[in-house]
Ligand binder design. Structure first.
Ligand SMILES: NC(=O)c1ccc[n+]([C@@H]2O[C@H](COP(=O)([O-])OP(=O)(O)OC[C@H]3O[C@@H](n4cnc5c(N)ncnc54)[C@H](OP(=O)(O)O)[C@@H]3O)[C@@H](O)[C@H]2O)c1
Length: 258
């Protein structure tokens, strides 16, 4: 049985994935932004081992999440699931002066990947919208452009795929994959979302814990437990390296190169 840490497991697909992993007999550590949400997360996933707390929009708090996880020992898998959606009407600045969307969706998975003791498997939640992400990687902090929520979200989901594939290349002993869950009716997806909610959380669970040889691959992109072609930009070594450089510059955290 696997031991899995899931970010953003107080709601939506993270919580559903946690519930399914517990049902399958795996060990699960939850994550929530604050003590209130942590209590709610534990109530919703009663079989979970524990919950770690930290607001992923803050670089300092994200570092403490990594510390809390490392104090709990080693994990078989980490699922980078937490995310902010595409409806932010303006550039919401974090305590670090960065757009919240970029901090939570791009920098937090980078920091946690770099600082959590390496698991056997890493899973990154991207989105079909990553295909319209800006592959120039210019102005990542939205200082010189007028804010647009959906493009800003799409950019971060391209970053998540770039990060997954960079890690797959740099850390050959770790299985690192990305996926799109489909547009589904969570808090983020909204009530009218058309895809199958019951299928949406299964791919992350399968990639994290299944013994199916099809799930034990690395550097791949999935939709509903099937391989799907990501944007060619996500495969660019040069873009992957540039994203890692930018993440290091914004956070002061270095990704171990092996
Ligand atoms: N739903 C879709 O249609 C869809 C489509 C493509 C990709 N995705 C991706 O799937 C992942 C999960 O999305 P979802 O639909 O399950 O979204 P959701 O229902 O809105 O849940 C997001 C989770 O992330 C947590 N979170 C957000 N900001 C946080 C912060 N600053 N600090 C700590 N935790 C934070 C939320 O905590 P709170 O509950 O406290 O807010 C919640 O647990 C995301 O990465 C998303 O981009 C979703």
């Amino acid at each position: 049985m696997a031991r899995v840490f899931i970010t953003g497991s107080s709601d939506g697909l993270g919580r559903m994935a946690a519930q399914l992993l517990v049902e399958q007999g795996h060990g699960v550590v939850l994550h929530a932004r604050d003590a209130q949400r942590a209590q709610e997360a534990m109530a919703a996933v009663p079989g979970a081992e524990t919950v770690v707390i930290g607001d992923l929009s803050s670089i300092a708090q994200t570092r403490t999440v990594a510390d809390q996880v490392n104090r709990l020992g080693s994990f078989d898998a980490v699922i980078h699931n937490a995310g902010v959606g595409y409806r932010e009407p303006k550039r919401i600045a974090t305590e670090d002066g960065l757009p919240q969307l970029f901090a939570v969706n791009t920098l937090a998975p980078y920091i946690l990947t770099a600082l959590i003791q390496k698991p056997k498997r890493l899973v990154y939640l991207s989105s079909g919208l990553h295909r319209s992400g800006d592959a120039s990687l210019k102005d990542l902090a939205w200082e010189n452009r007028e804010w647009q929520g959906q493009p800003a979200y799409s950019d971060t989901k391209l970053h998540d795929a770039l990060l997954a594939f960079a890690v797959a290349r740099l850390w050959p002993r770790v299985l690192s994959n990305a996926l799109e869950p489909g547009w589904v009716a969570t808090k983020m997806g909204g009530p009218g979302a058309p895809d199958d909610l019951d299928a949406a959380h299964r791919t992350q669970v399968w990639l994290a814990a299944s013994d199916d040889p099809a799930a034990k691959v690395t550097g791949e992109y999935f939709y509903h437990m099937q391989l799907r072609a990501p944007s060619p930009a996500a495969r660019s070594f040069e873009l992957q390296e540039r994203l890692l450089e930018e993440c290091k510059r914004f956070t002061g955290v270095e990704l171990p190169l092996s």
